[in-house]
Design a protein around this ligand. Structure first.
Ligand SMILES: C[S@@+](CC[C@H](N)C(=O)[O-])C[C@H]1O[C@@H](n2cnc3c(N)ncnc32)[C@H](O)[C@@H]1O
Length: 373
């Protein structure tokens, strides 16, 4: 018999479990958290609550699997310094753009200047790769490539590169209901399950470029109003097993990749193709493409152990290492043990809905560990 709602909730940390009504999408994607969609992020309010529960304001927080930078952004908002690492170049770029401290006057002048150049955009022919020709309608491809040519003219070119990636994501020849992992380009009209009518793939990109440039400006300004003064984040691009992490840090808040779920490079393939980013997918831990064979799981466990051992060396003694993971294969007791971390607390949280199109009920564990005695 299924457990009653009441029995289920007895084991769950309700303070860390929000319903859609408590925490609507607008709040979960506040300010820079929505500069670009990202599948597999945790919600900022969870990080905020964990920082308040386990850390003293003013320290320095590390996230060795920084992803889109949720921990780092929230750390800055809650009054901490932060350090992050990610092996995926686009994630490192996105996290950097979110957390950078800007001269808002210069940023605004540059982004408004770009918007002025979009109308009309000089779309002189630029060579398009096979990927671009396949995934974008001819006009959309011309507009995206022309925008890319503008980015080196600006001090804040990286902000524009994130805008370009977001516009490219929206302008791909996909169906509206399969933006996360489209398998093949959608060339003609199709029956749209999301809108319950016939829809057509996008033909142009300029309207996305304009809308997202202005939206990005507003989001960065909104974040600058709430981030703590004089706090900064440092983001490294590379393999967290091997990079020297600096330190010392006052603790960790992280959500590691989990085997067989997501390919973190592949989900932003358009960004790698258009921005010419360094693709290091062979170093990605737990990549879905590698499957969940026994050998793949063993390699995953070894990899996470190596990351946590590297992290451990950069921590002050006794500080919390908070790991958010849905460990349905029960891999983490061994991982923590081998990495020299002692599990102090295990909380369960009820996840109503993550960002991205993954509705439904599921649970997540929050493991609070410390360097073992
Ligand atoms: C679950 S996501 C983190 C999401 C993040 N908490 C957020 O809210 O955006 C896991 C991240 O680990 C990164 N990753 C995978 N293998 C890595 C490695 N060897 N070194 C550093 N980062 C790695 C992936 O690229 C991915 O961005």
């Amino acid at each position: 018999m299924a457990p009653t709602q009441e029995a289920l909730y007895r084991d769950i940390d309700l303070e860390l479990s929000w319903s859609e009504r408590d925490l609507p999408e607008r709040e979960r994607t506040k300010h820079v958290h929505r500069l670009h969609p990202y599948l597999g992020k945790f919600i900022p309010q969870l990080v905020e609550a964990l920082l308040a529960r386990y850390f003293r304001v003013g320290g320095r927080i590390l996230d060795p699997f920084a992803g889109s930078g949720t921990t780092l952004v929230q750390a800055l908002e809650s009054g901490f310094d932060a350090g992050g690492i990610d092996v995926a170049a686009f994630n490192a770029l996105l996290a950097r753009v979110k957390t950078e401290r800007y001269n808002l006057f210069v940023l605004e002048r540059e982004l408004r200047d770009v918007v002025g150049r979009l109308d009309p955009l000089d779309t002189a022919a630029h060579a398009a790769s096979g990927y671009v020709r396949r995934w974008f309608a001819p006009q959309a491809a011309r507009e995206l490539l022309a925008f890319r040519e503008l980015t080196p003219d600006y001090e804040h070119g990286d902000v524009l590169r994130v805008v370009l990636a977001r516009a490219a994501r929206s302008a791909r020849r996909t169906t509206h209901f399969d933006l996360d992992f489209p398998r093949a380009p959608q060339e003609g009209p199709y029956w749209c399950h999301k809108h319950r009518r016939t829809c057509r793939p996008v033909e142009a990109a300029a309207h996305f470029l304009r809308r997202y440039t202005l939206d990005t400006l507003e989001r960065i300004k909104a974040f600058s109003r709430v981030r703590a003064p004089r706090r900064a984040a440092e983001i490294l691009h590379g393999d967290a097993r091997a990079l020297p992490l600096g330190g010392p840090y006052d603790g960790v808040v992280t959500s590691p990749p989990y085997p067989g779920l997501i390919d973190y490079h592949e989900q932003h393939r358009y960004a790698y193709e258009l921005l010419g980013l360094d693709d290091r997918r062979e170093l990605e831990l737990g990549a879905a493409a590698r499957g969940t064979s026994r050998a793949a799981l063993a390699a995953y466990v070894d990899g996470i152990v190596d990351v946590l051992a590297n992290v451990r060396a950069a921590l002050r003694p006794g500080v919390p290492v908070v790991i958010v993971v849905n460990d349905r294969r029960a891999l983490y007791p061994e991982i923590l043990d081998r990495a020299g971390l002692r599990l102090d607390e295990r909380l369960r949280r009820h996840v109503n809905r993550r960002t991205g199109r993954r509705a439904g009920e599921f649970f997540e564990d929050i493991l609070v560990a410390r360097v073992g005695a």
